[in-house]
Design a binder for this molecule. Structure first.
Ligand code: AMP
Length: 274
């Protein structure tokens, strides 16, 4: 694995599958890197803790940073290039702001004002340098995936966005760099999220799905719900009974640690289609 020291190297590199990350790499990131190998000869992983997408300094400072093990995880998973961009490399002439649009202000965007503007601004800058043919993102961060796909479509970019399934621990908790901030007891509490998502996905009607999702989440008194909704994965509008691509999205806090997750409500989708 080659460490990219100068972003000018990207002018000599093509056929790239790109995995942008904020580091503290885990098996979720590893699965994106492995999938990237199926798509292109060059697998570029970037690590950049994006200050533009954090609401406050405290959260940014608390974000885990594990540079030594990150390089090892990326190499072992099959990255051919690792890039740790600097702010100046991304914005040589000052920040080029990109707006995530109205959908960026919903759900995650209500508690985290400007979060998605920060995300798409950085992803646009990263894509501008790397010019990847493919870029891989996790479905755990479903709204992010949707908005990045929208950004590439609206801006006519030549990058294909690839959605990757959520990797969970054996109890069902979606892997996240933030999980290290959870005590063992809080990890158990956090399992309510995947449990509620799974139980909702077993329901047939949208009303029941939504009800089960909320009821299950509310049963765990140490989980503070931010939102729990069923949306149309194709438009990110609130789903209706006829929506084929129903997805449940959940966010909340366990002991001050923000967790998000999503799941396809596929069993119901099949019934709508048939
Ligand atoms: P992050 O480093 O948290 O910004 O994540 C980098 C990429 O990895 C994003 O596309 C995330 O959606 C994805 N990712 C994070 N956690 C997981 C997971 N548990 N399973 C699959 N992808 C993930």
């Amino acid at each position: 694995m080659k460490i990219i020291r100068d972003s000018a190297e990207f002018t000599r590199l093509s056929d790239i599958a790109f995995v942008p990350t904020m580091g503290a790499l885990h098996a979720g990131h590893r699965s994106l890197i492995k999938k990237a190998q199926e798509l292109a000869n060059n697998v570029v992983v970037s690590i950049y803790v994006n200050p533009l997408q954090f609401e406050n300094e405290r959260d940014l400072a608390a974000y885990p940073r594990t540079p030594a093990s990150d390089a090892e995880v990326a190499r072992e998973a099959g990255a051919t290039h690792l890039w740790l961009p600097t702010f100046t490399e991304l914005f040589p002439n000052g920040v080029v702001e990109v707006n995530a649009g109205e959908i960026g202000e919903r759900f995650e965007g209500i508690s985290r004002k400007n979060h998605f503007n920060g995300v798409v601004t950085i992803v646009n800058a990263l894509f501008g340098v790397v010019k990847p043919r493919w870029a891989l993102f996790g479905e755990k961060d479903l709204q992010q995936l949707f908005l990045i796909r929208e950004m590439t479509r609206i801006r006519g970019m030549n990058t294909n966005i690839v959605a990757c399934e959520t990797i969970r621990d054996r109890d069902g908790l979606a892997l996240s760099s933030r999980n290290v901030q959870l005590s063992p007891q809080n990890c158990k509490t956090a399992l309510v999220i995947s449990r509620a998502l799974r139980m909702a996905s077993a329901e047939i009607s949208l009303v029941a799905m939504h009800q089960v999702l909320r009821e299950q989440l509310q049963q765990e008194k140490n989980f503070v719900i931010d939102y729990a909704e069923i949306i149309d994965g194709d438009t990110f509008e609130i789903a209706n009974e006829r929506t084929c691509n129903k997805r449940a999205i959940v966010a909340g806090w366990v002991d001050g640690v923000r967790l998000i997750d999503s799941m396809s409500m596929a069993s119901a989708s099949k019934l709508v289609k048939s």
